[in-house]
Design a protein around this ligand. Structure first.
Ligand code: SF4
Ligand code: SF4
Length: 500
C-alpha cells in the first residue's frame, strides 16, 4: 500500500478531470504532513449521484422525518398525564413510549435500552464497519442536509471554491447570507424540536410561537441551535475526526473480516491515467482521476487504506463506479470489502465473507439476551408497586398494655390507567395487627382505593407483643394485593420491639 501512496503523491494533476482538483490534492498532501496545530483545509465535497447517495438520502429523509414528526404523534393513555407517543416527562418523572410507560423505579429499562444501543452498535460495526457514522449518526445526517443547502446557494464543488476565492460582491454576499440564514433556521427548528421530547409538543410549539415558553425551553433550544449550526455547518468532518470518541473505540470492534468501504488495490494498481483505446494489460483499473477524493466529505484518499477520518459514507463508491462506467471497466473498484479478501485475491483465492465470527457471536448473544430479558420484563411487567418508609424517630412506641407499635408510610403505585381497590397486609409478625389512619379494615387487611397513574400515600401502624417476636428486630413483608386481578406487590422492612 505504501507504494501506491507514493505514486499518488507524485502524480501530475494534468489528467485530472477538473483543474481545481489540485486544491484537494494539496489538502490531502497537507494532511499527510499535518502538524499539531495545522490550519484546517476547507473541504468542498462534490455532488455525486449513485446507489449509495440515494440510499443515504433515503436514510436522511426517514431519520429527519422521524425526528420532526414523532413529538406530534399521540397515543391514548387512560388516566395518564400525557398522550404524547414519545415523551421524557421529567416533571412528573415518567418516560412514555407508545404503550410503554416507565416509572422512576423501572429505570432499568432505560439502562437496558442503552446497553442494547451500545451492543447493537458494536455488532453493526463488527459486521459492516462504520455504518452508524456513514448513514445514521446525527452529525452525518445534519451535515448532509447542510451541504445540500450549501450546494443550493453556492453551487457544486468548483463553484464553491471559486466563490470563496472571489472578492466580496453582491452575488457572493446574498449567497453566503442566504445559506447561513437557512442553516440557522434549520438549527433553530432542530433545537426547538428537541425540547418537544421533554414537554408536550403542542404546548411547546404554542409557547414558542407566542413567546410564552418557559425560560428553560429557550435555553435548551438555544443551546441545541448553536451546536447544530456549529457542528453541521462549520465544523463538519472535524467533529468526526477530533471530537467524537467513536472512531477510536471502533478500532476495537473491527477486525480484518469486518466489511468496510475499501479501495481494492489488488485490482486498482498500478494506477495511472488511461486514454481511450489504450490497453488495460499490465496495469490496474484506477485511472487516478481523484473523483473519490473530490466527493469525500472527509477530504481523504480512500486509496491510502483504512483511515480514522473515513466515516464509511460510501460516496467514493458511487464516484468510482461512475468513472468505471465511463472507462468501460467493471464497477466495484471501491466497494464494501475486507482486508482479508484482498489478501485472499492476491494469493489467487476467491473472496469470502465471514459474518459469523467469535466477536459477532459474542455481541449477537449479548444483544439477544438483553433484548429477551427486556421483552420478558415488559410482558410480565407489574402495574402495581409499593415502597415502605419506616419511621425512625421514634423507632417504636410502647403502649400502655405492653405491646409495641411501629409506624410505616406506604407509597402505593398504581401504574395502570384505572382506579384499583387494594388490600394491604403485613407478614412476618407473630400475633400482630395492623392499624391505619385511612382506609377500611377487614380480616386484618387494610382496604383502600388507588387512583390511576398515581402514587397513593398511606400511614400504617403495626402493633404486636414484643415477647412473642423471635428477635428485637424482625424482617416483615408488606403485601399489596389488587382485589380484582390478584396482582401482588411486596416490599420488605423491619419491625423493632426494642434496642440491644
Ligand atoms: S473515503 Fe469514501 S467512505 Fe470514507 S468518508 Fe471519504 S467518501 Fe466516505
Ligand atoms: S475514483 Fe476510482 S479510478 Fe478515480 S482515482 Fe478514485 S479509485 Fe481511482
Amino acid at each position: 500500500m505504501n507504494t501506491t501512496i507514493n505514486n499518488h503523491e507524485q502524480k501530475d494533476p494534468v489528467h485530472s478531470a477538473e483543474g481545481v482538483v489540485q486544491e484537494n490534492v494539496n489538502a490531502v498532501n497537507s494532511a499527510k504532513t499535518r502538524e499539531l496545530y495545522n490550519k484546517r483545509q476547507q473541504i468542498y465535497p462534490k455532488n455525486i449521484s449513485g446507489t449509495f447517495r440515494k440510499l443515504k438520502w433515503a436514510v436522511v429523509a426517514v431519520l429527519l422525518g422521524i425526528y420532526y414528526i414523532l413529538p406530534f404523534l399521540r397515543w391514548p393513555r387512560e388516566g395518564s398525564g400525557s398522550d404524547q407517543f414519545v415523551l421524557a416527562d421529567f416533571e412528573h418523572r415518567r418516560f412514555y413510549f407508545g404503550p410503554i410507560e416507565i416509572w422512576p423505579q423501572e429505570v432499568y429499562y432505560i439502562t437496558g435500552l442503552l446497553i442494547l444501543a451500545g451492543v447493537g452498535l458494536f455488532l453493526a460495526t463488527s459486521l459492516f464497519g462504520r455504518v452508524w457514522c456513514g448513514y445514521a449518526c446525527p452529525q452525518t445526517v445534519w451535515t448532509d442536509l447542510f451541504i445540500w443547502i450549501e450546494q443550493l446557494f453556492e453551487g457544486d464543488r468548483n463553484q464553491r471554491i471559486r466563490l470563496d476565492k472571489a472578492p466580496w460582491s453582491f452575488d457572493k454576499a446574498w449567497r453566503k447570507i442566504g445559506k447561513h440564514a437557512v442553516w440557522l433556521l434549520i438549527s433553530l427548528m432542530t433545537g426547538g424540536w428537541f425540547v418537544m421530547y421533554f414537554n408536550d409538543a403542542y404546548v411547546v410549539l404554542g409557547g414558542f410561537l407566542t413567546g410564552k415558553a418557559p425560560f428553560s425551553a429557550y435555553v435548551f433550544a438555544g443551546a441545541l441551535t448553536f451546536t447544530t449550526y456549529a457542528l453541521a455547518g462549520t465544523l463538519r468532518e472535524q467533529v468526526c475526526t477530533f471530537m467524537c470518541p467513536w472512531p477510536r473505540i471502533q478500532a476495537a470492534m473491527l477486525d480484518h473480516e469486518a466489511l468496510s468501504v475499501t479501495y481494492k488495490h489488488d485490482r486498482g494498481e498500478p494506477r495511472g491515467p488511461h486514454k481511450k483505446g489504450q490497453s488495460w494489460e499490465g496495469r490496474g483499473d484506477c485511472v487516478d482521476c481523484r473523483q473519490c477524493i473530490a466527493v469525500c466529505p472527509a477530504g481523504i484518499d480512500i486509496r491510502e487504506g483504512l483511515q480514522i477520518e473515513c466515516i464509511n459514507c460510501a460516496l467514493c463508491i458511487d464516484a468510482c463506479d461512475e468513472i468505471m462506467d465511463k472507462v468501460g471497466r467493471p464497477r466495484g473498484l471501491i466497494g464494501y470489502d475486507t482486508e482479508d479478501n484482498i489478501n485472499r485475491r492476491l494469493k489467487g483465492q476467491t473472496s469470502q465473507f465471514n459474518f459469523i465470527r467469535p466477536r459477532t457471536i459474542f455481541y449477537g448473544t449479548i444483544f439477544a439476551i438483553v433484548s429477551g430479558a427486556m421483552l420478558y420484563g415488559l410482558l410480565t411487567r407489574h402495574t402495581i408497586g409499593v415502597n415502605v418508609i419506616r419511621d425512625r424517630a421514634p423507632l417504636f412506641v410502647t403502649l400502655s398494655d405492653g405491646s409495641v407499635r411501629n409506624a410505616y408510610t406506604l407509597k402505593i403505585l398504581n401504574m395502570s390507567g384505572a382506579d384499583r381497590n387494594v388490600a394491604i397486609t403485613f407478614e412476618g409478625i407473630t400475633n400482630g395487627h395492623l392499624e391505619g389512619e385511612t382506609g377500611k379494615f377487614e380480616n386484618n387487611e387494610l382496604l383502600m382505593e388507588t387512583k390511576p397513574n398515581k402514587v397513593s400515600v398511606v400511614r400504617t401502624f403495626v402493633v404486636a407483643s414484643p415477647e412473642q417476636q423471635k428477635a428485637k428486630s424482625v424482617v416483615i413483608k408488606v403485601k399489596v394485593r389488587d382485589l380484582k386481578t390478584n396482582e401482588v406487590a411486596t416490599s420488605k422492612s423491619v419491625f423493632i420491639t426494642g434496642t440491644e
